[in-house]
Design a protein around this ligand. Structure first.
Ligand SMILES: [Zn+2]
Length: 484
């Protein structure tokens, strides 16, 4: 059944048939979080898109090897640790933990490996040495730079204009604008008060880009199938990854480059100063379900800008409720009442539409439309009692089947918080809700928004939850019965 899966490849700028290197297997690398802050919903948009891609590949029978890096040393993490006066490990730990928690809450499948940059310094040094030996890199004042003049293929992914660059220009920053295309740092010389490693190429620390090149090669090999990220990764990050990897290894880094578009809030770029900056915990603290957030994040095609609004989140809630109500009614089907209709043609049409949509560069709108058409066509049959118990079971099984891809039912918060089969356990559900609010309160306090922090404390009190701020963090307990 089905045809060929097609994806839009940023490298060629067009939709192409997907042919894996090894039949039946997909090697997938997705750029992971830079753990200098709590992940925000813009980050989760990209990770949920990558999860949809991965789940669809699994659904189509591929085995998927998935690697996602954790950038725990770069300009931003170092700045953050310095500002707080703590070591890099201590600084990044809570953000790495928050990433894992949010991932489980949003029902994003874990990667096979989460290599941390700080644990792969020897691999990076080896790559930099290879680039030096092959003449693609040079040393300057203790740092090592990639010489883009030595690599004529530079710029293929982002289609930057190489004419604009100033010969010999180089920069140390991990991130920079297209307008200033220049030689970039592979290895940065040790600076006072900055973490550094003593290595064969001198004391220093890696540049951001070299982390992904070294770690993808270690876990997936020098050539793999799909490389994902957000559109803001195309330049300079992915361009530089390609230059480093392909110059060093002499083979193509990735066959397909998939990039998801930005998320904006109320039509504006998310920023803390505008007050439109949301983490997952912020949104859950407003009473939304994780699956509603997930539905919203995945229901806009990945190559379109996603405008996050609370109205859109309410619409996501309504759409999920329609599915939930339908499934609820299926459960209530008692037995055949008179003539029963065959649900098979409805299910087949929905499955075909669902698969055809996703095969077409993850056209989620078409896939979801097929599901809602099924609900629309089956509802009158349900109302008239024309669906047998057997037919209802088949419909429910179909929803279970497609939920392997969508993962919007049951509520991931319940599934994630109940590590040992506690789905539906109200205690676990309460725990997840309380935890989300506590995190939102912590964040408000960090941002010195004490009014909001207080409001959350009162909300929790209304739920019968008392907070205790201890030196080991926040503890919570249920309030005792009111004193007579
Ligand atoms: Zn990367």
């Amino acid at each position: 059944m089905g045809g060929m899966t097609r994806f839009h490849n940023t490298m060629g700028g067009k939709v192409e048939d997907f042919v894996p290197i090894e039949p039946g297997r997909v090697k997938l690398y997705t750029c992971g979080p830079t753990v200098y802050d709590y992940p925000h919903i813009g980050n989760w948009r990209a990770y949920v898109f990558e999860d949809l891609l991965k789940r669809f590949l699994l659904f189509r029978g591929f085995k998927v090897a998935h690697v996602m890096n954790i950038t725990d040393v770069d300009d931003k993490t170092i700045r953050g640790a310095q500002a707080k006066g703590v070591g890099l490990d201590e600084y990044t730990k809570p953000f790495i933990e928050a990433f894992g928690r949010d991932r489980d809450t949003l029902a994003v499948l874990p990667a096979d490996h989460y290599p941390r940059a700080t644990a792969h310094i020897p691999e990076m040094v080896a790559l930099v040495r290879m680039l030096l030996e092959k003449g693609f890199a040079y040393k300057k004042e203790g740092s090592v730079y990639f010489a883009i003049d030595k690599y004529p293929a530079y710029g293929r992914l982002s289609k930057i204009n190489l004419e604009d660059r100033r010969p010999g220009a180089r920069g140390d920053a991990d991130e920079y604008e297209k307008e200033s295309v220049h030689d970039f740092a592979l290895w940065k010389a040790a600076k006072p008060r900055e973490p550094f490693w003593e290595t064969e190429i001198g004391p220093g620390r890696p540049g951001w880009h070299v982390e992904c090149s070294a770690m993808s090669a270690k876990y997936l090999g020098t050539t793999f199938d799909i490389h994902c990220g957000g559109v803001d990764n195309i330049f300079p990050h992915h361009e530089n990854e390609i230059a480093q990897s392909e110059a060093a290894n002499g083979v193509q880094l990735a066959h397909y480059w998939l990039h998801c578009h930005h998320l904006v809030v109320d039509g504006e770029k998310m920023s803390k100063s505008k007050g439109n900056f949301y983490t997952l915990a912020d949104i859950l603290a407003k009473g939304y379900e994780p699956s509603e957030v997930r539905y919203l994040l995945l229901s806009t095609h990945y190559r379109r800008m996603l405008n996050f609004t609370f109205e859109a989140l309410d619409q996501a809630r309504t759409a999920r409720q329609r599915m939930g109500n339908f499934l609820g009614e299926l459960k209530d089907v008692a037995g055949p009442a008179g003539q029963t209709a065959s649900v098979e043609p409805l299910i087949q049409a929905a499955r075909a539409g669902f698969v055809a949509g996703l095969e077409d560069d993850l056209n989620i709108a078409e896939a979801l439309a097929a599901v809602f058409t099924l609900i629309k066509n089956a509802n009158p049959l349900l109302v008239r009692g024309e669906i047998s118990k057997d037919g209802a079971a088949k419909l429910a099984a179909f929803f279970k089947e497609i939920d392997a891809v969508l993962a919007i039912k049951p509520s991931p918060a319940i599934a994630a918080s109940g590590k040992i089969g506690a789905a539906g356990d109200p205690e676990k559900r309460l725990e997840a809700e309380v935890q989300a609010r506590i995190e939102a309160r912590q964040k408000a306090r960090v941002e010195k928004d004490f009014a909001r922090a207080d409001a959350i404390r009162r909300e929790l009190l209304d739920m019968g939850i008392v907070l205790e701020d201890t030196k080991d963090g926040v503890r919570w307990k249920k309030a005792g019965p009111p004193k007579p």
